[in-house]
Ligand binder design. Sequence first.
Ligand code: AN0
Ligand code: CP
Length: 332
Amino acid sequence: MKYYTTVNDIKDLDGLIHEAISMKKNPFAFSDLGKNKTLGLIFLNPSLRTRLSTQKAAINLGMNVMVMNIDKEGWALEMEDGAVMNGSSVEHVKDAAAVLGQYCDVIGIRCFPSLQNRKDDYSEKVLLKFMQHCKVPVVSLESATLHPLQSLADLITIKQNWKEKRKPKVVLTWAPHIKALPQAVANSFSEWMCQADMDFTITHPAGYELCEDFTKGAKMEMNQSKALVGADFVYVKNWSSYRDYGKMLPVDSDWMLTNEKLKITNNAKILHCLPVRRNVELSDEVLDGNNSLVLEQASNRLWAAQAVLKKMIENKSEQLNTFLKGEEIIHY
Ligand code: AN0
Ligand code: CP
């Protein structure tokens, strides 16, 4: 696997899940595989889980790891091609990425959206610049539109908590927040649930429709109570509007989940990627209750990252990614 930026980069999804679960059972089975290989983790935004789980995954595979909070510790980056750099930016991303590629065998990058310019964000401008110029395999640590390491951990968590023959009913519900957040986690979860062929419903207030590129195959139900009926898993996440891009639109009813609201589910298990604003997005009683899977989900981030890194260092010369076909860039 050369790039890991979307579910479409995976040839064999069941195989990858199987790999992650076998890592969970035997974390050090491939502790020599990454010997003398270096992973560079580049953050343009904060992180706890992604940073540490990916770092630990690499260590379990015997890799060396370098971490850089490039937004704080690096030179101010210029993203525009052809820019006359006589302003505040000091180094062009094409130079920075090319240099990083000289030091690393695999690069992980976190680059949140601006939430100002939908076209730039949804064309994955920053991620693509790094991919084009670093010339080594790249794993997304959450890009402007997707968070595939999170979604792999989410799918593993659902699969390991489901023993029945029928498909589980999975509901993604919008939750309140005090600031505008990316759509990436929700887009990504939707993309993965559709790919994994779950019985999948999305519920959100008016104006919070996600980009249709990621929701093909999902059922939509604007009424949260109706959506929750019979749910086996409920994934809770806030996101800002895609339509009124990056805006927080007024919402009239209370979308925060409580135990009372969950009574109509099939004793649903609760997922959230974290970090979570307690008693804003999700109540303490739900987060700390017996049905909460949030810690297991965070723990599964390690096995997700380890399975992906293993694939990357096993075979560095595989097929091109959906974003990049030769020199041509394919936009959504
Ligand atoms: C980020 C988001 O919603 O995309 C990261 C989640 C993993 N969350 C916040 O910024 C709070
Ligand atoms: N869930 C997740 O990606 O967490 P971090 O932002 O802390 O990495």
